[in-house]
Design a protein. Sequence first.
Length: 153
Amino acid sequence: MTEALMNRYRQAVEPLLEPGERLVDVAKVIPVAGAEGIGDGAGAAIGNALGRIGAVSGEAGSIARGFPRVEGVMTKLLVVSDRRAAFVTSGPDVRKVGQLRWHVPRGAVLRVERRPRLQAMARFRLHFADGSAVSMYTMRRGTIEALADHLGR
């Protein structure tokens, strides 16, 4: 699946790489902090609030607090290169260059932790060298395993 995603989003992410930087993995994700369930009213609002618990941990100014809260229909990608981890958004046409929203040196990501699945999507956390962490959803557990292989367990 990793190779398929890399090929699908290559045109959106490769132009954002620095000269000599090599693309290693691409994962389609939804940051928990910006995730919204379907529906209206108080029930949906409560569900969204509960779902966002633990979305970001860390002090103001930490790596995780700098991770963007992006809402909307755009495609959200966690990109891993041989040098860094990055968060990129792309419009509906994945052949066009995406927008780099956040990035850190690869060494700043200590590990990927798979979290219990409470929704239809798999949940994981990126743990950073400064002790902060950010949670995300993805459709497949295998995506989490591939990220952990590249970024650490």
